[in-house]
Design a protein around this ligand. Structure first.
Ligand SMILES: CC(C)(COP(=O)(O)OP(=O)(O)OC[C@H]1O[C@@H](n2cnc3c(N)ncnc32)[C@H](O)[C@@H]1OP(=O)(O)O)[C@@H](O)C(=O)NCCC(=O)NCCS
Length: 227
């Protein structure tokens, strides 16, 4: 996989120190209930795994339009329903393991002014190229479900995910991930505990690199949940 569908006027490059203030400002907009990344956290991501930190740039203005942050893990070292804080070592990415066979998509966001231009898809493809070039088995992430609060009194989280998968319901984030080729595996609780719109729920999402054979006797369903 090489081709990344790049929307006109945008480019994708890896993270640089000068991007930090704009990235924190975008996070404050798209995640109003979360603390934005600090410069120290972004510097740590950059130092630990520079090739896994992608940034979309609007070329005419030089503005940061979005970002996709990833790290490598062995999912077997975690539980399927571990929260974002655990999977990212409290946002530091200190758990990045260069021998891991899974690329974990820790964050993907696009500035509201640049959403619906294909940038989420482009950033996703950039990460998948990394999975291919490193011959990793797959990519895993946690998808927010910001539309869930509108129906949570009528529909269980797993049913909501099924309805979004079938197209019967639209979720502003999960629908985008599904359109970008992810599969939603299961609902998990407490992934982002402050995510009011998702009522604390998320979907484990996965994309398998068909070019890389799975490790023997391995399936995501075998990753245990917390007791
Ligand atoms: C999710 C997000 C990254 C998508 O980025 P984007 O650049 O707007 O997405 P794209 O333009 O690349 O769209 C990709 C696909 O998703 C679909 N899509 C995007 N936003 C959508 C929405 N709100 N509702 C339904 N479908 C949507 C697009 O139609 C497109 O599919 P198509 O080409 O088959 O029609 C963006 O909405 C965002 O930053 N949200 C806030 C931060 C966040 O919650 N991130 C997710 C963390 S898990």
């Amino acid at each position: 996989m090489d081709h990344v569908p790049l929307p006109k006027d945008f480019l994708i490059r890896t993270l640089s120190e000068k991007d930090y203030p704009e990235i924190s400002a975008i996070c404050a907009k798209v995640y109003p209930t979360e603390r934005p990344y600090t410069d120290a956290e972004l510097a740590a991501h950059h130092r630990l795994f520079p090739e896994g930190q992608f940034v979309a740039i609007h070329q005419p203005t030089g503005a940061v339009a979005g970002a996709h942050f990833t790290l490598m893990i062995w999912l077997t070292h975690f539980h399927l329903d571990d929260p974002w804080d655990t999977l990212t070592a409290d946002g530091t990415f200190l758990d990045h393991d260069p021998t891991g066979h899974t690329l974990y998509g820790a964050d993907l966001f696009v500035h509201p002014a640049y959403q619906h231009h294909g940038l989420g898809r482009t950033l996703t493809w950039a990460a998948r190229n990394l999975v291919s070039s490193k011959n990793l088995w797959r990519m895993v992430g946690g998808s927010r479900l910001p539309g869930y609060h509108k129906v949570s009194t009528q529909v269980s989280p797993d049913d909501y995910i099924s309805k979004v998968k079938s197209g019967e319901m639209i979720d502003p984030v999960l629908t985008a991930h599904l359109h970008d080729g992810w599969d939603a595996v299961t609902a998990i609780r407490g992934y982002l505990p402050h995510d009011v719109e998702s009522e604390g729920w998320a979907a484990v999402i996965q994309w398998v690199n068909q070019a890389c054979p799975p490790p023997p006797d391995w399936a995501i369903s075998k990753v245990p949940r917390k007791k």
